[in-house]
Write a protein that binds this ligand. Structure first.
Ligand code: CFM
Ligand code: HCA
Length: 533
């Protein structure tokens, strides 16, 4: 790994190489000390990163998947257009038929608004959306120019909320506000905490084992499969943040007795704030991978300490694994020993390693685009993370126990006892541990490094996003999009695992990539020439 790392940075200017070196390191064996990785810092200007912007993280990622909030982009039309349905988060319209996901709401800011201010246009857009759809809530998202000209979107939200009598809140998530989409997650977490979560105390939520699912966005129908499994086990899912969700789900989410966290990076803030404010503990779960799903269900059942639930969960796991094992045994002989690399987002580059391992495939390297050190090294490093000016730029809400509604779900002693039984509260071990010292870990990988890695490792499959897809495939290597799953999915849960095994089998065993040659790689006479001085 050290040799390859040298090769990766060899052609970079000294200062750039020195900085990139801190974001590239080998994985570790289980139990070994984990070295510090540089992450959540600015991308070096001029480098082609795969990251997105703060607006993308706030509007596109966290709030976008909620179906009955009108998510209104205040900005030039491109921002709304490029965040329109590209993430493949699915939903089903509820009994009221409301589903705004297919729409793209934008104020369509132009030069005129930049010069004279855009608040008037924003007010008009809110009014128009209200008159047309009568939504329960409207959420406003600012884009880069809004921050530059200083439109007060929060004041507009307040006055329009008074005028229209529905929930209206705003997110100052200008694209440049943070170093990546990660800042946008934090901003969205803050605003849903302030304006939506726990705003309905009148609706009673029935159910013995009430849970929320945090950081699950129903890409390719993942949340549908998780909902199916939870229901079969006997859990009551109060709210998912935010796949297949409604604003009403968020309002009553404080009724849950356990918060489960799928994507730690994007929703850990709400998990922490809900624990402080309402006394709801949280655990990390992972429904990517059949084994991981089973483990997560067992932990959730253990938390409730109810024998009937524990037995039912075991029965569901046993039943579901029959089909899973049948497919895995059929496919494994064809995938065993094949190699994969995953560079994506802030959680999937870790979660999807489980599914590859179930196929007996080897991970040569992995990395996140925008995760923080805790997602790599584990949450125990949190107290040691330096807070730089870029992170300080994002508001840190001061949350206190709610005077009326704070109700610790477990006593300290119960929590400690459960902890010993493997219910690891607030625990996330991160990606690096157990990846093995022969694997590369790279944060915010850039285009140049990606090409280099492909030349050196020639993996059987590369997992990333749309920006990488066709470049990688032109190099003769199949690319699986781990953001939108290409046209596939769900990949979560047990049925999802089966879908994954079949898709990956097809991708790593097809001969098509070895058959294609670019015209200049073939020896056709028309393109062959020798330079003669
Ligand atoms: Fe969490 Fe996500 Fe991801 Fe993410 Fe994203 Fe995404 Fe992703 Mo694309 S919330 S960190 S900001 S799991 S949109 S659903 S696929 S980069 S790995
Ligand atoms: C985002 C969204 C994205 C982009 C995917 C990609 C997604 O970061 O704004 O680069 O292919 O999942 O849609 O992560």
């Amino acid at each position: 790994v050290e040799e390859i790392k040298k090769e990766l940075i060899a052609k970079m200017p000294t200062k750039v190489a020195r900085k990139r070196a801190k974001s590239i390191l080998p994985g570790t064996e289980m139990g070994e000390p984990i070295p510090e990785i540089q992450s959540n810092v600015r991308t070096i200007p001029g480098i082609i990163t795969q990251r997105g912007c703060t607006y993308a993280g706030c509007k596109g990622v966290v709030l976008g998947p909620s179906r009955d909030i009108v998510n209104l982009t205040h900005g030039p039309i491109g921002c709304g257009f490029y965040s329109w349905l590209t993430r493949r988060n699915q939903t089903e319209a509820g009994p009221d038929g409301e589903n705004f996901i297919p729409y793209s709401f934008s104020t369509d800011m132009t030069e005129h608004d930049i010069v004279f201010g855009g608040e008037k246009k924003l007010r008009a857009a809110i009014k128009e959306a209200y008159d047309t759809f009568h939504p329960k809530a409207i959420s406003i998202f600012s884009t880069c120019p809004v921050g530059l000209i200083g439109d007060d979107i929060h004041a507009v939200a307040r006055t329009m909320q008074e005028e229209l009598g529905i929930t209206i809140f705003a997110n100052s998530c200008e694209g440049y506000k943070g170093v990546s989409q990660s800042a946008g997650h934090h901003i969205a977490n803050n605003q849903i905490m302030k304006h939506v979560i726990g705003t309905d105390d009148d609706t009673k939520i029935e159910g013995k084992f009430k849970v929320n699912m945090l950081g699950e966005y129903n890409i390719g129908g993942d949340a549908f499969e998780i909902e199916r499994i939870l229901e079969k086990c006997g859990f009551t899912l109060v709210a998912t943040f935010s796949g297949n969700s409604t604003v009403q789900d968020f309002r009553v989410a404080h009724n849950a007795d356990l918060n489960t966290v799928m994507c730690h990076r994007s929703l850990n803030y709400v998990a922490e704030m809900m624990e402080t404010k309402f006394g709801i503990p949280w655990i990390k779960v992972n429904f990517i991978g059949a084994e991981a799903s089973a483990k997560s269900l067992r932990r959730m059942a253990a938390y409730f300490e109810d024998q009937e639930l524990i037995d039912r969960v075991e029965a569901v796991i046993a039943e579901e694994l029959v089909a899973v094992n049948k497919v895995v045994e059929e496919i494994k002989p064809r995938t065993a020993g094949k190699t994969a690399m995953l560079f994506v987002g802030g959680s999937r580059a870790h979660h999807y390693q489980e599914l590859f391992k179930e196929l007996d495939m080897k991970i040569l390297g992995a990395g996140y685009e925008f995760a923080h050190r805790d997602d790599y090294e584990g949450r125990h490093v949190l107290p040691n993370i330096k807070v730089d000016a870029d992170s300080r730029n994002i508001e840190e809400l001061e949350i206190l126990p709610d005077p009326e509604r704070y109700k610790p779900r477990k006593t300290e002693a119960e929590m400690a006892r459960l902890n010993e039984k493997g219910v690891d509260f607030k625990g996330y071990e991160g990606m690096i541990e157990g990846m093995g010292k022969n694997a590369m870990v790279i944060d915010d990988i850039n285009h140049y490094e990606t090409e280099k890695l492909l030349e050196i490792y020639k993996p059987d499959i590369f997992c990333a996003g749309i920006k990488e897809k066709f470049i990688v495939q032109k190099m003769g290597i199949p690319l699986k999009q781990l953001h939108n799953y290409d046209m596939g999915g769900p990949y979560a849960g047990f049925n999802g695992a089966i879908n994954w095994y079949r898709d990956i089998d097809r991708m790593v065993n097809t001969k098509v990539w070895a058959l294609i040659k670019a015209p200049w790689q073939s020896t056709g006479p028309e393109l062959e020439a020798t330079y003669v001085a």
